[in-house]
Write a protein that binds this ligand. Structure first.
Ligand code: AMP
Ligand code: ZN
Ligand code: ZN
Length: 301
């Protein structure tokens, strides 16, 4: 198998892009796609302070690596959610990467911020594990970015993640979620601008990138992901992709080109949470503070 660019030995075949690439040209492609997404969606500028949310997995570590390599002012944030032994291992992967590359990583712990680990929280609170996890992660990421004076918050969501999220939103015709699904969400007040520079890169490309660059990431998936709806959606898309290469990319690209047709149902007015001061649509404490309250009483909901 020959590299489509240089004719050297190719190590990966990207059917959706019609490419076979050698290590050097796979790296070049991934970095070029990141730069392209950053420019197309005006995600970030080199002088802006960016906080990269890192999970210890391939996508977020590769993203941090690329941003730092390309001269962006990118620091890392790791949230220790307290998920069995998994959190310790993902924290080690994140800290190991930061150390090896001389980058600055902030670590915050859910146990310290909320009073409970995620494993403890799911026993107390209503709601599915992944949705509770999403709520506390989004809150803590934004608060850390806001308090740290960062202009941008970047996450490692890739093409597979975004196509699966899109399929999930379309299956429910959830207009509000569709309107908010975009590679860049502008900042507003204490909500820091959010960007997803890996939206056009597949999981396979990101794994290959890490392997070639010697980025040691955690291979393991979160134990709670097993049986989650997002995994089923990814499975369906993988089957389609196998038979019709390019399905995920055209699904997502098509959606983005139609995106302005999706409008949030009602512009929600945000106010400051009386307890923590962060923005909330609720008429009282924000969801995080309500969870914290529940944790402090220790009674199951
Ligand atoms: P997930 O929600 O697990 O699919 O992860 C999506 C993105 O959220 C990752 O690429 C990271 O940027 C970020 N992320 C996930 N888990 C963590 C964590 N524990 N700490 C910081 N960022 C995270
Ligand atoms: Zn090549
Ligand atoms: Zn609050």
């Amino acid at each position: 198998m020959k590299c489509s660019v240089c004719g050297g030995a190719a190590v990966i075949k990207l059917r959706h892009a019609g490419l076979r690439l050698c290590p050097e040209h796979l790296v070049a492609r991934v970095e070029r796609e990141v730069e392209r997404a950053i420019r197309r969606f005006h995600m970030l500028a080199p002088q802006e302070r960016t906080l990269v949310a890192v999970s210890g997995g391939k996508d977020s570590l590769a993203l941090w690596h690329i941003l730092a390599k390309h001269g962006y002012r990118a620091d890392g944030l790791y949230i220790d959610l307290g998920i069995g032994g998994y959190s310790g291992r993902s924290r080690e992967a994140s800290e190991g990467f930061a150390r090896a590359h001389g980058l600055s990583l902030q670590v915050i712990s859910l146990k310290k911020e909320l009073g409970a680990t995620l494993d403890e929280l799911v026993k107390l609170a209503r709601g599915k594990t992944c949705s509770l996890c999403g709520t506390v992660k989004r809150y803590l990421m934004n608060r850390a970015a806001w308090e740290g004076g960062y202009q941008v918050l970047a996450t490692g969501h890739n093409l597979d993640d975004e196509a699966a999220t899109l399929l999930g939103n379309v299956l429910r015709w959830d207009e509000g979620y569709l309107a908010r699904q975009y590679p860049v969400l502008p900042g507003e007040g204490k909500l820091v601008k959010k960007v997803k520079p890996l939206v056009f890169l597949s999981e396979r490309e990101m794994a290959a990138y890490c392997l070639i660059q010697g980025i040691k990431y955690l291979y393991e998936d979160c134990p709670h992901a097993e049986g989650a709806r997002s995994i089923a959606l990814k499975g369906v898309l993988n089957e389609l992709e196998d038979r019709y290469p390019g399905t995920k990319l055209s699904f997502l690209r098509g959606f983005l080109s139609l995106h302005e047709r999706f409008r949030p149902p009602e512009p929600v007015e945000l106010r400051d949470c009386p307890s923590c001061g962060m923005p909330t649509a609720a008429d009282g404490p924000c969801r995080f503070c309500r969870l914290k309250e529940r944790v402090s009483h220790g009674a199951p909901a």
